[in-house]
Design a protein around this ligand. Sequence first.
Ligand code: SF4
Ligand code: SF4
Length: 374
Amino acid sequence: MGLPVFSLEEVRQKYPDFSIYLTLHDVNKPQVIGFLLESGITKEQILNYIPVEKYRGCPYIEDLFIFRSDSIVWCCSDFNKCKSPVIKTEKNVAKNVNNFISLRNKIIKELKNSESIPVFSKSCAGCPEIVEKYYKTERKISFVNYTGFSGCQFKCSYCVEIKVPQVNLTDFCETFEFLKEHNYLDKKVWVTLSAGEIAVDPNRDKVIETIKGYNVSIFSNGGIFYDKIEHLLAADSKNSICVSVDAGTRETFKKIKGVDKFNEVRKNLKLYSRSGNGNVVLKYIILDGINDNDADIEGFIELCKETGVRRARVARDSTFKGNYKERTINAVVDLLRKMRENNIVNDTVVGYDSLRDIFNKTDYDRIMERLDRI
Ligand code: SF4
Ligand code: SF4
């Protein structure tokens, strides 16, 4: 855009009376504010200053609210065998939320004040996500994730979420309204709909209506076109849909996804992409011996081009343990290289998933070493 970029020192010299306006998302602000304060900037100089504190904590506990069919949790991953603390939900929304807030505050206090194993959440002990850094003093939920919908029409080989339709004991919409009314949400809360299929959820219209006005990331299998998703994508380029296609041929798609819907997904991707906002993302979960071949990788690139999709992610199958074979690592490298050649943005490294987080250290090093050689 032709705007000049200055270091803090240069700004100090050129504009002694400067003020700073931070344009980052609230989640990332505390770190930058902490850095600026440590660099001698006063809070009065930061126009959109928010109070921050430095302590030992977990960003997931600070910011997340993950609503599942029978529980509320803070994280969904298996960090070094650490699992999220859990609030088992009942039909009483107020009680569920109050239990969540109360446990969250206890764990934060405990992490802040002790180096020892947490009492309230033994499952967090030793988690690499616990770090000393700046957090917001006024704690708000910045990410809400609705997961565990009432079902999914696909049968992906790697699915760990939904094998049978689930019954939500507590209503997500009521819970979200409660969080809003009681001022637990950040002004810019980000909502994610994932794990399950929003397009086949009987409450889909109500869910979309409830989260209207907030930024949304949707994870969908793309098997059914849902016009309200298209409206969200057209309304704001920050909203996005991520479809895990994992294949470039109809045969492989059927083998992985358990349904013969490659052509329907292709058609729906074109419809979702037509706003031209560039917010449709395709995902390729690499599966040892199944989609690590030239035909699928070539077909995936063609699919992106044909449907107007300009962003793609590469991911590891979370159920796969161990290191990938040479052939699979070469396939990842080939895919990343072809994405680059075809101007398809590698969303794996700009998104919250980075290659380093997704692949284990050995596989990550093998991928990077080969990519450097290209
Ligand atoms: S400390 Fe680790 S296991 Fe516990 S909530 Fe945070 S990310 Fe999850
Ligand atoms: S689309 Fe998602 S929820 Fe449905 S079977 Fe596949 S992985 Fe599971």
